[in-house]
Write a protein that binds this ligand. Structure first.
Ligand SMILES: [Zn+2]
Length: 185
């Protein structure tokens, strides 16, 4: 799988993932202010008519670009099943079973009883526990949670959505920005 480049704003906060094509374009246009991490890709460009040599761009795994500095700290990331399961480490938060196939999104306060489809009201559950809980509240059937739900901050969200191809230097950069309740390590 192709590596992705972590883009920071000029203040050093993580913003988004770039494809190597996007990163190469920004770098070729001189829009990269500074970079971190280690070189992760060499992109070959055109051949210079003057020198007959082919240009090359070396892309680092983390790069900071100019432009608007906007705060992402209070933005709520999109809730998707894949990022929810990753938040909960692919464990059913009721029985603790680990599974990649049978996981579902369970609403603590069921939608039918006014619950919302939001990070604080959802947990990863295996199909069996989800069916058992049905549209009841936990206290009605004495079920307990193994861990509390939380809303990932932006740095955690970036790690969640790119978990399969994140590089260790990118994870090392993101990790100190995770919230205290994060179970991502
Ligand atoms: Zn379960």
């Amino acid at each position: 799988m192709q590596a992705r480049i972590l883009r920071l704003n000029i203040a050093g906060s993580p913003v988004e993932w770039l494809s190597w094509e996007e990163a190469a374009t920004l770098q070729a246009r001189g829009m990269v202010a500074w970079s971190l991490g280690s070189p992760c890709m060499t992109v070959r460009g055109g051949v210079s008519r003057l020198t007959g040599r082919q240009s090359t761009l070396v892309l680092n795994s983390i790069m900071a670009c100019g432009g608007r500095v906007f705060s992402l700290s209070n933005r709520t990331p999109n809730l998707t099943n894949s990022s929810l399961f990753r938040r909960d480490q692919h464990l059913c938060l009721y029985c603790g079973k680990h599974s990649d196939h049978e996981l579902t999104r369970d609403h603590l306060v069921p939608i039918s009883r006014g619950g919302t489809d939001s990070w604080m009201n959802v947990v990863t559950a295996c199909r069996r526990c989800n069916q058992y809980k049905g549209n009841k509240m936990l206290e009605e059937i004495s079920m307990e949670l193994l861990a509390l739900p939380y809303t990932p901050n932006h740095a955690e969200y970036l790690a969640l959505i790119n978990s399969h191809r994140i590089r260790s230097d990118q994870m090392d950069f993101l990790r100190p920005n995770f919230s205290k309740q994060s179970r991502l390590r």
